[in-house]
Design a protein around this ligand. Sequence first.
Ligand SMILES: C[S@@+](CC[C@H](N)C(=O)[O-])C[C@H]1O[C@@H](n2cnc3c(N)ncnc32)[C@H](O)[C@@H]1O
Length: 259
Amino acid sequence: MNSLTEIGGRRLPFLRWSFLRILVGMKRLTTEWQVGDGREDALAEHVVRHARAGDVDDAIRVVDEFCYTRSYMMNVGDEKGALLDAAVRRASPRLVLELGTYCGYSALRMARVLPAHAHTVSLEFNPDNARVARRLLEHAGVADRVTVVVGTLGDGGRTMDALEQQHGVTTGAVDLVFLDHDKDAYLPDLQRVLARGWLHPGSVVVADNVRLPGAPEYKAYMSGEEGRTWRTVEHEAHLEYQSLLKDLVLESTYQPAPG
Ligand SMILES: C[S@@+](CC[C@H](N)C(=O)[O-])C[C@H]1O[C@@H](n2cnc3c(N)ncnc32)[C@H](O)[C@@H]1O
């Protein structure tokens, strides 16, 4: 028989206050990108206190445990995280561009499976989230392999110029993009990346939450471009940290026509 933790935790977190609290604060969540009850800073405290310093596996384990048992969070989570790990292993990238750092969970996961000299540039809108992420990455011993940059690709070119001039995000340099930020920005930001020429044939774009909360314009774009400029594999999964609501992760390989 399931324990209460199992019922209110792994399978049905909707029964937990920490999940309902997100729904209550949804407007704030999609404008300021923090839940509003201090759980992001609480996560950082928890990881520093309970995960072995310099051990990325342990940091990931402790974040997942925090999200299952204390506060639900909008990380990619363990199930979809395994899909991301596999995509990163397949692509074997040297430079990853992540859009949407939040507390650094996916950046930790990618750092764990990336080749030794690879680097991730992770872009985050909210400076408080960036501070939490840097703390986790530092504690896990991978801060030298991930640069968290505060900004957005849609700010008129300021952040894109900074990425090019200061972080090596230049023509043909990006091997893998992880889209996990504002769902309405997936397609416009991918188009900004393409317009700057940062991708090369064979670059891979992984997109989380394509079904939930949903990125319909992005999905329609990838469907329309299938076999033309992109080849996409759809990975069925569940929304993070529960097993009832379904989600979809897209893994798309860039294959523009020669010339
Ligand atoms: C779903 S969370 C990212 C989760 C993270 N990738 C993980 O799995 O651990 C979304 C994050 O994207 C950030 N964000 C929202 N809009 C953004 C934008 N236009 N550019 C960069 N970051 C953005 C939010 O502040 C939030 O921290």
